[in-house]
Design a binder for this molecule. Structure first.
Ligand code: PMP
Length: 311
């Protein structure tokens, strides 16, 4: 199961064969206004974003629909979040143009079930920290994803790392902020867990490295809220679907839950088997969410067609 936002290129290449669509002869990326072969663009080694993490990305998904087409799930919401990140870094970002670039890239690659990765970044002009003189760039890559089969429930471990506090780094998809997730993921794996749960200094759950957290107790569904957590689009989707209450949840309360699941664009709805070795039982509510979410993103529930952008 992939709880992270990043879909490794190797995995994408492997799963490309599973895609029902006919891929372009050579994979294409959208780069500063043009479709180009994926391995042709070059960035200078002095690229600012490479040194300082001064970029903003998104993780978006498209799904094959029953009519033989495809649709992007909640594209405007993803691009609006990206715009906010760009605004912070002083990167110009045109939501409509980026949306067109996403659709163009999916079409060029013949991708239907796909992970979509737009990235806006600061390039060349100075090695200093004043970003005003820097060139600005945008790319969109798409990677075929395997049709999702319910993965194994993940073993979650409480991270020894704290989440970036929102007062230092706003919870947006700023590239540099993800070093915090990389550290937590590395530590979790080294300790034999699949994924890390960030907990704050007061003992409240924050989020995972690339997913938000929900719990179910006595049939009541709660979306964990925290000021340092990304305002996840999947989380908002599930809250709207279920009327789940959104509130802070202490680690101890999470451990007492009947079910815990995490959610995100890449993770979708992913059950948690255990938290720091504490095992959860059967997870019927999580399974129900998984099924409803899968139907909605594939356009099988007309009530939510407004969340889909046709490719
Ligand atoms: N938290 C973090 C840190 C993430 O990277 C992600 C993935 N974007 C999420 C939560 C879930 O957000 P979304 O549902 O918008 O993908």
């Amino acid at each position: 199961m992939q709880l992270n936002d990043a879909t490794p290129a190797a995995e994408a290449a492997e799963t490309a064969r599973d895609s029902a669509s006919v891929p372009a002869a050579s994979p294409q990326v959208w780069f500063d206004g043009r479709m180009v072969a994926i391995d042709s663009p070059q960035a200078p080694l002095t690229t600012h974003a490479m040194h300082y993490g001064s970029g903003v990305f998104e993780g978006i998904r498209a799904y094959a629909t029953a009519d033989g087409g495809a649709a992007v799930f909640r594209l405007p919401e993803h691009l609006e979040r990206m715009r906010k990140g760009c605004e912070l870094l002083g990167i110009d970002f045109d939501v409509d143009a980026a949306g067109e670039a996403v659709l163009q890239t999916l079409r060029a690659n013949g991708h239907r079930d796909a992970y979509i990765r737009p990235l806006a970044w600061l390039g060349s002009g100075t090695i200093g920290l004043d970003v005003a003189p820097l060139s600005q760039h945008l790319m969109v890559a798409t990677m075929a994803t395997a049709v999702h089969l319910a993965g194994k429930a993940a073993r979650l471990g409480v991270s020894g790392w704290r989440r970036n506090p929102a007062s230092s780094l706003p919870p947006l998809k700023l590239c540099g902020g993800y070093v915090n997730s990389v550290l937590a993921k590395r530590e979790a794996k080294q300790r034999g867990f699949d994924e890390a749960l960030f907990v704050d200094g007061d003992g409240y759950a924050v989020e995972c490295t690339g997913a938000n957290v929900f719990m179910v107790k006595g049939g009541e569904i709660t979306a964990v809220s925290h000021a340092d957590a990304l305002d996840g689009i999947t989380r908002a989707t599930l809250v709207e679907l279920s009327g789940a209450q959104s509130r802070p949840v202490a680690l101890e309360e999470l451990k007492q839950a009947d079910e815990v699941f995490v959610c995100g664009t890449a993770a979708e709805v992913a059950p948690i088997a255990s938290l720091d070795g504490h095992e959860y039982g059967d997870n019927p509510v999580t399974r129900d969410f998984q099924q409803r979410y899968a139907r909605i993103v594939r356009g099988q529930d007309p009530a939510f067609a407004h969340w889909l952008t046709r490719v």
